[in-house]
Design a binder for this molecule. Structure first.
Ligand code: F6P
Length: 488
């Protein structure tokens, strides 16, 4: 395993800017002949970091699977760039964390506990139950955070800026400050933050450790003001910290952390170029052939409990049951690509989505009309093709940090699309004026909103799409990243 100790030390590195995240910019798989195959990832952080033109910047991430672990172990000190891998411009240090420690931290604490708390996902009569097994996972989460803090402390130049990402790494800021008080440390939450009465479900020491871990940063960033204020409310409620509601700061034990709000936007240049390449055109032609001249309702998500795919399908079924005029006139395109399949809840959720889709098909399909096209595999160009084709986009999460799909579809749409958007998505704060807002739990209201979107005039759709795209691209990833860096 990497460095597990973060004791204060005078040893410093050379990186002036560092990013730390669980998932790095690349991942590996192994070919049949045993060679490593590298895959470059996408997303806001990858685009954001491209704004930095400094070869000494370092991205510290975890090895997520056995192929990653092999790549990390074979590279000098885990430095993939030094091993000759094309990792995208900056240096990448991949931490070869022991698989059991990683699994307990990532699956047990980050994804099964903190993710569930922040997205309000528990069925509370039976879960959570913080038993001895959880305590083992919590110790692993601490060790995982220590490994990151140790690596960052070693790589960072004096007074360097370190941007720590997300709920996987909530303890790392305080651990890093302890080891390297000279550093400027930022933390950014890509998730929502739970309200205090829900957050308090965590064991008291765990709840406090997560908050004080993040307060180890000089600045804690969030995607919306709503999540920043929820974090501040938890600090006041659980720690007795002092919150300045105007300045948006939290003071605890003599240190003040400022809270920042940075609403990550869609990468318009990338999306517009990528969505008109031949592989997308090809898939668009195939989708058009399947849909014919019918209207389309499109959704694209990870198969993720918080995305509310099942209620989305229930809403579509309600639409077809109550408004037969749509029979043979609409097709729902639902792409739900795999996510966190190590967790039983996610596998069961995928099965629930598939079962309901099959039931809708059995109830309504005719020899000439397939009412629903569901794919549960990942195909990025096919997702972009669906974005281009959408008459209505359905984005109805139970709760979501931001939801970039809501921002991407209007940018890519060929003829304008109506956006049915959950009021619990972070993106709603910026898009609500031009979207059709829904309560994600209200299936009937969601069906009504789908109907409104489908019947909206071409002019109104075009006008709304233009406004949605403008709001969606207001803060491109590069600017989002630089703003955080400059604010440190
Ligand atoms: O929202 C948190 C987040 O880490 C996102 O940045 C990302 O899209 C998603 O979760 C992916 O999660 P995982 O790395 O577990 O696939």
């Amino acid at each position: 395993m990497g460095d597990l100790t973060t004791n204060r030390s005078s040893v410093t590195g050379t990186a002036p800017v560092l990013v730390a995240s669980n998932r790095g910019p690349v991942s590996f798989s192994t070919a049949d002949d045993g060679t490593l195959i590298l895959r470059r990832g996408g997303g806001g952080l990858v685009s954001g970091l491209s704004a930095i033109d400094d070869p000494n910047a370092v991205w510290v991430c975890a090895a997520l699977n056995d192929s990653d672990r092999r790549a990390a172990a074979e590279a000098p000190d885990g430095r993939l760039d030094l091993a000759g891998h094309d990792v995208g411009g900056q240096a990448v240090r991949m931490l070869d964390i022991d698989p059991q420690t990683f699994a307990r931290a990532y699956n047990g604490v980050a994804n099964s506990t903190l993710w569930f708390v922040h997205h309000l996902l528990y069925a509370t009569p039976t879960a959570p139950s913080f038993d001895a097994g959880f305590r083992t996972e919590w110790a692993a989460y601490r060790a995982y955070n220590e490994a990151f803090a140790g690596a960052l402390a070693r790589e960072a130049a004096p007074n360097a800026a370190v941007l720590v990402q997300d709920y996987h790494l909530s303890l790392a800021p305080a651990l890093l400050r302890e080891a390297r008080p000279d550093l400027r440390i930022g933390h950014f939450s890509h998730t929502p933050w739970a309200p205090p009465e829900y957050y308090r479900m965590l064991p008291d020491d765990v709840a406090r450790a997560v908050l004080t871990g993040i307060l180890g940063a000089d600045r804690a960033g969030f995607l919306t003001e709503r999540w920043a204020r929820a974090f501040a409310a938890c600090c006041a409620d659980l720690l007795g910290a002092t919150v300045d509601h105007d300045a948006l700061t939290v003071t605890f034990e003599g240190r003040t952390t400022s809270l920042g709000v940075h609403a990550l936007g869609a990468d318009a240049d990338f999306l517009r170029e990528r969505s008109h390449r031949p592989d997308v055109d090809e898939r668009l032609a195939a989708l058009r052939a399947a849909v014919g001249d019918r209207r389309t309702i499109v959704r694209v998500d990870r198969t993720e409990l918080s995305k509310n795919i099942v209620r989305g399908l229930q809403a579509y079924r309600h639409l077809l049951r109550t408004r037969p005029e749509w029979h043979d006139r609409v097709v729902h395109i639902a792409f739900a690509y795999p996510s966190r399949t190590d967790l039983a809840e996610y596998r069961q959720y995928t099965a629930a989505v598939q079962d309901l889709a099959a039931a809708i098909d059995a109830e309504f399909a005719t020899p000439g009309w397939q009412p629903l096209i569901l794919h549960v595999d990942d195909d990025f160009p096919r997702s972009l093709a669906a974005y281009r084709l959408a008459d209505v986009a359905l984005v109805n999460p139970i709760r979501d940090g931001m939801n970039l799909v809501a921002k991407e579809v209007p940018v890519v749409s060929d003829h304008g699309c109506a956006l049915v958007l959950s009021r619990e998505a972070g993106a709603h704060a910026e898009l609500k004026d031009a979207a059709l807002t829904v309560n994600p739990y209200d299936v009937i209201a969601t069906a009504d909103a789908l109907h409104t979107g489908l019947t909206m005039s071409r002019e109104e759709r075009a006008d709304r799409t233009e406004r949605l795209a403008a709001a969606a691209t207001a803060l491109p990833p590069q600017q989002w990243f630089l703003d955080q860096l400059n604010a440190l």
